[in-house]
Design a protein around this ligand. Structure first.
Ligand code: NDP
Length: 238
């Protein structure tokens, strides 16, 4: 059987955690992978191109795509994974706590998706996967900012799906539950236990399991505007 042509894949926030697992997954499939990082480039030489990019800056986003395109050709798979949290109860949440989380998680995804779609329209092909969270679907105390941003990604993906209509460009959402990464290290043992109590699998999902869902969506042409939870059953499919 002929080998599949390598795809040019860009993963934002691919220097660690879930993004790194996703990047490794595409690399293992033989794709040409660019990861963006904000603070520190990924350690070691794993075979992907690393580009510095803060997703709150449209010029840095444009530059990252230019570097990915120069090295690997037009980006046909985008994984908007970069994200941050700033948890506080609403009464103590400053406007900056709210807007900075929206700017990275929601507007950041808008910036990278808009930049990616330009090239995908020319290629008449593209796969966009947005990394949301189960917080988007169920909410979580202390996460009005984060849940609003992550829920925004669902409306974004479904609107873009309709805009792109018959073109071979898809946009889908993956919604992880609890995953052990730097982002969740601040949880107390009690919070972790409570989250797992609500999870039929009784364990956190692994970053590689999120990568499985992303890899599926990157290969699927007729799955569009979907939200796929990777949460050990915590939301029973929602
Ligand atoms: P990490 O904190 O390990 O990784 C977050 C990544 O996003 C890092 O690469 C970080 O870069 C990058 N990032 C943050 N802000 C920006 C920015 N302004 N511009 C560019 N990159 C940025 O967390 P996870 O791997 O857990 O998170 C990955 C995604 O998964 C996020 O969108 C998160 O919301 C989502 N998620 C995570 C869950 C979990 O339980 N861990 C559950 C549900 C969703 P840097 O290292 O430079 O800060």
């Amino acid at each position: 059987m002929a080998e599949a042509t390598p795809r040019s894949v860009l993963v934002t926030g691919g220097n660690k955690g879930i993004g790194l697992a996703i990047a490794r997954r595409f690399l293992a499939a033989g794709d040409l992978v660019t990861v963006t990082y904000r603070s520190e480039a990924p350690a070691g030489d794993e075979g992907f191109l690393s580009v510095r990019c803060d997703v709150t800056d449209a010029q840095e986003v444009d530059q990252a795509f230019k570097e990915a395109e120069a090295a690997h050709g037009p980006v046909t798979v985008l994984v908007a994974n970069a994200g941050t949290s700033q948890d506080r109860l609403l009464v103590r949440m400053s406007e900056a706590d709210f807007t900075s989380v929206i700017d990275t998680n929601l507007t950041g995804a808008f910036r990278v998706a808009r930049r990616a779609v330009r090239g995908m329209l020319r290629e008449r092909h593209g796969r966009i996967v947005l990394i949301s969270s189960t917080a988007a679907l169920h909410g979580h105390p202390g996460q009005t900012n984060y849940a609003a941003a992550k829920a925004g990604l669902v409306g974004f993906a479904r609107s873009l799906t309709q805009e792109l209509g018959p073109r071979d460009i898809t946009c889908n959402v993956v919604a992880p539950g609890l995953i052990e990464t730097d982002m969740t290290r601040a949880l107390t043992e009690e919070q972790r236990k409570e989250l797992l109590r609500q999870t039929p699998a009784g364990r956190p999902a692994h970053p590689e399991e999120v990568a499985d869902a992303v890899a599926f969506l990157a290969g699927a042409g007729s799955v569009r505007g979907a939200v796929i939870p990777v949460d050990g059953g915590a939301g029973l499919g929602h």
